[in-house]
Design a protein around this ligand. Structure first.
Ligand code: UP5
Ligand code: MG
Length: 321
């Protein structure tokens, strides 16, 4: 028990003990002894209990005895003490309240370095980036796999990197990424740009000396496009796979039977389509205005689509290895 508690308990015990002034103490003692002889028979209603007590129908004069004040003071003191303890306890609990998901993740995101630079990490002479865009299920991943084997590019899918980070044990972004992907919305760009930069560095250090990258499913929002080109490297151009929603929906539902992807279901697919039109198409449009878009019809079979890809690469001066 703390010294304060001990002290308070001691004072409350002191408060509870009746401290009669001596004449009152004598009176109380006398009342007790003088009422004893009457205790042997039943008192009649209204009969005084002792010689000093008036009958009950005569109202007693207001007592000024401290006997009635001390218990009230004692209760008040104890009450204040308990109230103070309760307030202190609540203050303590508030101080150690665990932080919610937003206050935990957001400062960490704002501390990510990639998007805070004022100039690009690499020059486009040293590192070649081709953005690969298209609606969900347009065939970006399928075509990238073909390009890699013929052209020697390193394929980095922003979606795959996010899913890897989501599943990485101990990731502070895992839960957040999971929610964004399920809802088909765009993960805050600081996370995605940082993941891409890390993967590009690792690839260059691991032997991708030419620095050739296909960045698939990115940028899907204007802020991502601007941040990446400002702080990582300006892109060479964007390869855009043009496909109708009906075709994409059929492909995704088919893939959903075995993919295990949390967003390959009708509800998520609809949301992804909407986000693509509202958020990602403005990126394609802006790139097009700059003359940096290569559009390919993606509604045909994979090989036919790839033939067109090869032609457009040749037109842009990109040669197979
Ligand atoms: N298929 C492919 N081509 C075909 C063809 N020509 N004919 C017939 N079938 C074809 O293909 C999809 C399916 O279609 C496959 O079964 C394939 O065999 C068949 P795929 O090549 O996988 O298409 P792809 O365009 O890559 O579809 P994907 O579903 O991967 O596209 P999304 O853009 O939706 O997915 P991504 O992984 O890029 O992103 C997922 C989520 O991550 C986003 O919704 C978002 O929440 C998040 N995200 C961000 O937040 N930020 C980012 O920067 C990126 C992603
Ligand atoms: Mg893909």
């Amino acid at each position: 028990m703390s010294p304060t508690t001990t002290h308070l308990l001691r004072s409350s015990r002191h408060l509870l003990r009746p401290q009669f002034p001596s004449p009152t103490r004598a009176l109380a003692a006398r009342s007790f002894t003088t009422s004893r002889p009457h205790a042997s028979r039943l008192r009649q209603p209204g009969e005084p209990t002792g010689p000093n007590e008036p009958p009950s129908h005569i109202s007693a004069p207001q007592s000024k005895s401290p006997l009635k004040v001390w218990p009230i003071l004692a209760i008040f003191a104890l009450g204040s003490f308990l109230f103070k303890k309760l307030v202190d306890q609540q203050k303590e609990q508030a101080a150690f309240k665990p932080q919610g998901p937003i206050s935990v993740t957001m400062p960490a995101i704002s501390n990510l370095g990639a998007t805070t630079r004022t100039s690009p990490l690499w020059s486009p002479d040293k590192v070649t980036v081709i953005f690969v865009l298209g609606g969900p299920g347009a065939g970006k991943g399928t075509q990238c796999a073909k390009i890699v084997s013929d052209y020697g590019f390193k394929h980095l899918s922003a979606g795959d990197l996010l899913r890897e980070e989501q599943d990485r044990p101990g990731s502070e972004f895992g839960e957040m990424i999971k929610t964004y992907i399920k809802e088909g919305t765009i993960v805050p760009m600081e996370v995605t740009v940082q993941l891409l930069e890390n993967a590009m560095k690792a690839s260059i250090e691991g032997g991708n000396e030419k620095g050739l990258f296909l960045i698939d499913g990115f940028p899907r929002k204007l802020d991502q496009a601007h941040a990446f080109e400002r702080t990582v490297v300006p892109s060479a151009f964007t390869l855009f796979f043009d496909c109708s929603e009906a075709v994409m929906e059929e492909r995704l539902l088919q893939r959903g039977k075995t993919s295990g992807r949390a967003d390959d279901n009708m509800e998520s697919i609809k949301k992804r389509f909407r986000v693509f039109v509202e958020t990602s198409m403005p990126v394609v449009n802006e790139m097009e205005e700059k003359g940096k878009v290569v559009k390919v019809n993606a509604e045909r079979g994979p090989d036919e689509v790839y033939e067109d890809v090869k032609k457009s690469f040749a037109e842009r001066g990109v040669q197979p290895i």
